[in-house]
Write a protein that binds this ligand. Structure first.
Ligand SMILES: Cc1cc2nc3c(=O)[nH]c(=O)nc-3n(C[C@H](O)[C@H](O)[C@H](O)COP(=O)(O)OP(=O)(O)OC[C@H]3O[C@@H](n4cnc5c(N)ncnc54)[C@H](O)[C@@H]3O)c2cc1C
Length: 425
């Protein structure tokens, strides 16, 4: 055999081997059981994109207790009474009908990362090769004394997970006595949706302006200052809600007396109000904490930002609000949707024997309604930084609205309908 012939044959053999190995890997992808826990912005998007990126070959099961998806983005408009819950609700069954995802309506009660199994509340146990965990946040009721009981008694509502509480909180506001006070408390960051509480204050003030003009809104913020879109919100409060919204920074609420509807603050005097919307400290969804994934102060989940795999457990990828964020990365639905795409691409690549994208980029846009039509936004672009193994905002990217506008109100609804279609459609 001459040298040229040998090299040709060897190359063919190497080619065949490579072909075999990618076929074997492709078979790995098709054989793998991929369980997605939680059908919110992170989980629903991950389930759909695992199917899309694998050309519908990956076996994907989504476990979610709710019968339909109710969006937190836009839910403040339901609290302000200008929209209803049906307008922010999407069905889950499109994911099965259009994308072949198996949906189990149940919740995961435990994960065994050693055996690679999850147990459902119904008692059934499922095996996984890869698990994607996107359970959102849990609310730490213990961080405010008396809150758990006040919530149980229906006196305080959080409505920080959209659903029946969203409607109930609107009803409390609508039933408030003439000239009554609505108080919203904000925990120290990080918490789900930095601008969300300030948007909510605007929505409640907008409702009161029309239906209860002597009513007041007090914002008790544990942070030093407004944590997102600060100058824009403050301008709106001064121009549209003067005499209605009162903003108190550095006001950390530590207790609630449900009987007298009084909030106890760490330093300042107590505050009494008619409707109490107490947002306590937040942490990763309960299942992440219970499963030992929350290795950042027992509160959030550290992940490898190239594939969103938990640093505590192999083959468990964690998305969305549950993770320990990179600098300036908000806990937002838009971000959870972006995490999901990076994780889905990485999982398909890993199971197919392809290189995982070494330089992922994420974007974020967040719209806030300052009344029922006018909106302000903040946007940013986040690039993976290999040296520091984290995402960094790209200098000069994104930006802020110059002022609220109705045109941005149109964009905001466009954003919502697009992201619902992208995640669930
Ligand atoms: C008032 C408000 C306004 C907001 N506005 C915006 C906005 O304008 N733009 C924006 O981008 N973001 C906004 N957000 C933030 C956004 O809602 C969250 O960042 C986003 O929902 C996070 O997605 P996730 O997948 O991490 O969690 P979620 O969307 O909360 O999904 C978690 C899912 O997991 C399920 N789950 C939990 N535990 C289990 C279990 N054990 N087993 C099975 N399933 C489980 C839950 O039922 C839920 O469906 C807002 C939030 C609030 C509260």
């Amino acid at each position: 055999m001459d040298r040229r012939h040998f090299i040709g044959q060897s190359a063919a053999a190497v080619g065949l081997l490579a072909g075999l190995s990618s076929q074997t890997k492709a078979a790995n992808l098709q054989k793998a059981e991929i369980l997605v826990i939680g059908g919110g912005y992170g989980g629903a998007t991950a389930a759909k994109y695992l199917r899309l990126f694998s050309k519908n070959t990956a076996r994907v099961t989504l476990i979610e207790p709710n019968t339909s998806f109710i969006s937190c983005p836009m839910s403040n408009l339901v609290i302000g009474g200008s929209r209803n819950l049906a307008e922010i609700t999407s069905p889950y069954d499109t994911l099965s009908k259009r994308h072949g995802i198996k949906i189990i309506q149940d919740s995961v009660s435990s994960i065994d990362p050693d055996k690679k199994t999850v147990t459902l509340a119904s008692g059934k146990t499922l095996r996984y090769d890869k698990a994607v965990v996107s359970p959102g946040v849990s609310l730490n009721f213990k961080s405010v004394e008396g809150l758990a009981q006040a919530n149980k008694d229906g006196i305080t509502l959080q409505a920080w997970k959209a659903g029946p509480e969203t409607v109930a909180l609107h009803k409390q506001i609508a039933a408030m006595r003439e000239g009554g006070t609505f108080a919203i408390t904000i925990p120290e960051a990080p918490y789900r949706c930095p601008p969300g509480p300030y948007e909510r204050a605007c929505q409640v003030a907008n409702y009161l302006k029309q239906h209860n003009p002597k009513g007041k809104v007090i914002i008790l913020d544990a942070n030093q200052d407004v944590t997102s879109k600060g100058a824009l919100f403050k301008k709106v409060w001064a121009e549209q809600y003067a005499g209605i919204i009162e903003y108190r920074p550095k006001s950390n609420v530590v207790g609630v007396d449900a009987k007298t509807k009084t909030l106890k603050l760490e330093v300042e005097d107590d505050v009494k109000a008619d409707v109490l919307n107490v947002l306590p400290q937040m942490a990763a969804g309960e299942i992440a904490i219970k499963s030992g994934l929350a290795n950042s102060n027992g509160r959030w989940v550290n992940v490898n930002f190239l594939n969103f795999e938990s640093t505590a457990r192999k083959d468990i990828h964690v998305l969305g609000d549950a993770i320990q964020i990179a600098p300036l990365m908000p806990k937002s639905g838009h971000m959870a949707n972006q995490h999901a795409k990076v994780a889905a691409a990485a999982i398909v690549a890993e199971l197919s024997g392809w290189e995982v994208n070494p330089a992922p980029v994420l974007t974020n846009t967040c719209y806030s309604f300052v009344n029922d039509r006018e909106v302000v936004h903040v946007a940013s672009v986040h690039q993976y930084n290999a040296a520091e193994k984290t995402f960094k905002t790209v200098p000069g990217s994104g930006g802020l609205s110059p002022a609220p506008s109705t045109l941005e109100g149109v964009y905001a609804w466009g954003w919502a309908h697009n992201i619902w279609a992208d995640s669930l459609g």
